[in-house]
Design a binder for this molecule. Structure first.
Ligand SMILES: NC(=O)c1ccc[n+]([C@@H]2O[C@H](COP(=O)([O-])OP(=O)(O)OC[C@H]3O[C@@H](n4cnc5c(N)ncnc54)[C@H](O)[C@@H]3O)[C@@H](O)[C@H]2O)c1
Ligand SMILES: CC(C)[C@H](C(=O)O)[C@@H](O)C(=O)O
Ligand SMILES: [Mg+2]
Length: 358
């Protein structure tokens, strides 16, 4: 039996996770999966209940689970509470406590959504790139950090720090994954200015010696941000640090039509993982039943592939998503003329039905 922990979180989190669970139930039925589901509070919801965005009981359940399906956390309600208690800090602690250093963010443009992409069809059609973001190091975690008084004013500071071993292990993940794709890795850095990424470039170049079939290139992050909208199909796998990966993946989302289309897997050394959409809690649309659940549903597909090693189930979920897009169903964020606007729940139910039908 596989134990999956559901962490719905805040804002649209519970709405989208509910639809992914609906799809999971359909997968269970069709494939005869033996799965036990548990749920726990995280983020602002957990702070409201327990005064902590990552209560010990939630962390214990996360450690015990085979995989975690996560919604999203955060919102204005918690933006001004004590810093260490904020929802985002809970998510960072969860990633770090579980050693989830490898964050895979695939940006794929479904042909059905060509009109929804921010880019012209000829620039973006057939797009399939994978951003490999280091997730437990860099400026997100470096010490010292804080806000201090200095010469009569406040000064904010953070530290960008990566050890060679942290750089090497994420580079290896990128090379391995590229080997299953088109054998191309672009390492994104700011080596012309920042020492930490000067070392990153050197270590990634050295790690590449073990992967003679992989074509490695390097790009400064400012250029990469530009190239992603100029000619995104030049990329296959992009490997980069925590902050650059966060920013570039939201940018890449718009090539696929919406941030609501970008799933992710956060994996440890053993491919145990946490699966979540790349987007946040979307306070502006929470509670309206209009959020796109497909990123979360495709995160479930990644869970099947990586943690449960059920590539067949993952493929079937992806195929079910394609089927509903073929039927012309669209949530508001990917709606274009001539298609049918549906709610979060209608979209989830349609994917579950398509999956059940096979
Ligand atoms: N992993 C996470 O849980 C995560 C990720 C990003 C941001 N956040 C948090 O979420 C909160 C809001 O952040 P933000 O507004 O900068 O980013 P966001 O991703 O929540 O929203 C940005 C925009 O995208 C839209 N959007 C996001 N997901 C969507 C979906 N599934 N369907 C349709 N539209 C969608 C929103 O309506 C909004 O207009 C903040 O507290 C932030 O810290 C959490
Ligand atoms: C909420 C925040 C901590 C998180 C991050 O920056 O990693 C989010 O933006 C993401 O992309 O998952
Ligand atoms: Mg982000």
């Amino acid at each position: 039996m596989s134990h999956i922990l559901i962490l719905p979180g805040d804002g649209i989190g519970p709405e989208i996770v509910q639809e992914a669970v609906r799809v999971l139930r359909a997968a269970e039925q069709r494939f005869g999966l033996d799965i036990s589901l548990d749920e726990a509070p995280v983020g602002g919801a957990a702070y409201d209940l327990h005064g902590d965005p990552l209560p010990q009981s939630t962390l214990d359940k996360a450690r015990a689970a085979d995989a975690i399906l996560f919604g999203s956390i955060g919102g204005p309600k918690w933006d001004t509470i004590e810093r260490d208690k904020r929802p985002e800090r809970g998510l960072l602690r969860l990633r770090s406590s579980l050693g989830l250093f490898a964050n895979l963010r695939p940006a794929i443009l479904f042909p059905q959504l060509a009109d929804a992409s921010s880019l012209k069809p000829e620039v973006v059609s057939g797009l399939d790139i994978l951003i490999v973001r280091e997730l437990t190091g860099g400026i997100y975690f470096g010490q010292p950090r804080g806000i201090r008084e200095e010469n009569g004013e406040r000064v904010g500071f953070n530290t960008d720090v990566y050890s060679e071993s942290e750089m090497r292990r994420i580079a290896k993940v990128a090379f391995e994954l590229a080997g299953q794709r088109n054998n191309k890795v672009c390492s994104v850095d700011k080596a012309n200015v920042l020492e930490v990424t000067e070392l990153w470039k050197e270590v990634v170049t050295d790690a590449a010696k073990d992967y003679p079939n992989i074509e490695l290139s390097h790009m400064y992050v400012d250029n990469a941000a530009m190239q992603l909208v100029r000619a995104p199909k030049q990329f296959d796998v992009i490997v980069t640090g925590n902050l650059f990966g966060d920013i570039l993946s939201d940018e890449a989302a718009m090539l696929t039509g919406s941030i609501g289309m970008l799933p992710s897997a956060s994996l440890d050394e053993n491919r145990k993982g946490l699966y979540e959409p790349c987007h946040g809690s979307a306070p502006d649309i929470a509670g309206q039943g209009i959020a796109n659940p497909l990123a979360t549903i495709m995160s479930l597909a990644m869970l099947m592939r990586y943690s449960l090693e059920r590539g067949d189930v993952a493929d079937a979920i992806q195929a079910a998503v394609e089927q509903v897009l073929d039927q012309g169903l669209r949530t508001a964020d990917i709606y274009t003329e001539g298609t049918r606007k549906v709610s979060t729940e209608e979209m989830g139910a349609a994917v579950a039905e398509a999956l059940a039908r096979g």
